[in-house]
Design a binder for this molecule. Structure first.
Ligand SMILES: [Zn+2]
Length: 430
């Protein structure tokens, strides 16, 4: 039996409001004891002094690109990028080739993950066939195969009647519908946030209104159908406010925000840097502040990466032509620790948004380190500085706006099911 004793770390466990320096014992894949001065023979000792010991992070939103676009990423490299960033589980979006819209593809992803990924992988299935927004997928069969949620992410279901039926059926199978909320007709040919910066750069704008309108529609549909709606990558002040009000009147809605929308604005596009192109786009400072406030007050439940790998030749195109998205699994923790240092979140609330809340949203194990809970553990040194070099990272792609920057806070080791799967000095161990 594998036994690991984490000694002297600051255990941050939002599931039981624990924030204290204490030992943690893991045996056979479970947490078996939390206490002071634990003594166990034949346990592997992990000196956690100076480190945060946390339930493994759970990413609600990754693009692992397999099947079909393995030149960008695959389940093995995406899984290694995940554990290098402290994520012990990732939900992967359905916009693969073929689209994950039938149980055979869901099976394939789960099989590949079991063989190749050090992180747990939870497939999100398409809500409509081929992500075309017209014909619903076979939701019950997809859930039986292991789908944890439904989403046409990357695209928006523009037909309100179809979205209504998707929400209605999702109730029968008991999983959330994740909306990528951008009204396509308002986005038009916009490639960055519509505002002063887009005018200055002469680039067509994608207005905050495109997101607000779709979030408002989906909240109304969720209220009407009494289904469970999860709003992906919230980026506007208007969307935060709409979600806050909907939750106040009892709509079953949760929401996530990406690290880039919490820390960057459309000013990052100023040099026509395609690494700053995302969907939804980087917004204004006012939107960014509203996202931080929404995260602080709990309107936004989770930080999710929207890890979106693209090859170098794709990002070297003109700003208008380059595909949107950036990688984020390996930098999410360090980048969002800025919010802790700025006093937006306490360390415990930060862990809640990276681990406890996303685990709850997916209805999966993890998110806590109480006795009996699964031993998915992330060890982080909050004071360790490092220079992020995507070329030395685990992802196949390098499209990051943080490339070459000094970041503060580093994942030291990651454990899944009680096994060490990542070590900062040795890299991924699977
Ligand atoms: Zn999306």
């Amino acid at each position: 039996m594998t036994r690991i004793l984490f000694r002297g770390g600051r255990v941050l466990d939002p599931s039981c409001e624990r924030d204290e320096i204490i030992d943690l014992l893991v045996e056979a894949g479970r947490v078996t004891a939390v206490g002071t001065d634990l003594r166990v023979d034949d346990a592997e000792l992990v000196d956690a002094s100076g480190c945060w010991v946390m339930p493994g992070f759970v990413d609600l939103h990754s693009h692992l690109r397999e099947p079909g676009q393995e030149y960008k990423e695959d389940i093995a490299t995406g899984g290694r990028a995940a554990v290098a960033g402290g994520f012990t589980a990732v939900a992967c979006m359905a916009n693969t080739q073929p689209v994950n819209d039938d149980p055979a593809t869901t099976d394939f992803i789960i099989d590949r993950a079991r063989q190749d990924s050090p992180a747990r992988v939870y497939p999100v299935a398409a809500a409509t066939r081929g992500l075309e927004g017209k014909v619903m997928t076979e939701m019950a069969a997809l859930v039986d195969a292991g789908a944890v949620a439904f989403s046409d992410d990357g695209k928006t279901i523009m037909d309100s009647g179809v979205m209504r039926h998707v929400l209605e059926y999702s109730r029968l199978v008991g999983v959330p519908v994740i909306t990528h909320a951008e009204d396509r007709t308002l986005v038009a040919n916009g490639v960055m946030n519509e505002g002063a910066v887009s005018t200055r750069l002469g680039l067509p704008g994608n207005p905050a209104l495109a997101e607000d309108v779709l979030v408002a529609r989906d909240l109304m549909l969720a209220e009407f159908t009494e289904a469970y709606l999860h709003v992906a990558h919230v980026s506007t002040r208007g969307a935060v406010e709409l979600i806050r009000r909907a939750r106040d009147r009892g709509v079953h809605v949760t929401a996530e925000v990406a690290p880039h929308h919490l820390t960057l604005t459309d000013e990052a596009v100023a040099g026509y840097d395609t690494h700053a192109k995302a969907a939804p786009p980087l917004r204004s400072e006012s939107d960014r502040e509203a996202c931080c406030e929404g995260l602080r007050d709990g309107t936004l439940d989770a930080i999710a990466t929207d890890h979106a790998p693209h090859a170098q030749h794709e990002k070297e195109l003109d700003f208008s032509e380059a595909p949107p998205g950036m990688i984020g699994l390996e930098t999410a923790a360090a980048v969002t620790l800025e919010l802790v240092r700025a006093g937006v979140l306490t360390p415990l609330e930060w862990v809640r948004r990276l681990s406890t809340n996303p685990a709850r949203i997916l209805g999966r194990a993890g998110g806590g380190l109480g006795e009996g809970q699964v031993a998915d553990v992330t060890l982080l040194d909050p004071a360790r500085d490092w220079i992020y070099d995507p070329a030395k990272g685990q992802s196949k792609s390098r499209n990051s706006p943080w490339a070459g920057q000094r970041l503060s806070g580093r994942v030291i080791a990651t454990f899944v099911d009680g096994y060490r799967v990542y070590d900062v000095d040795r890299g991924p161990l699977r």
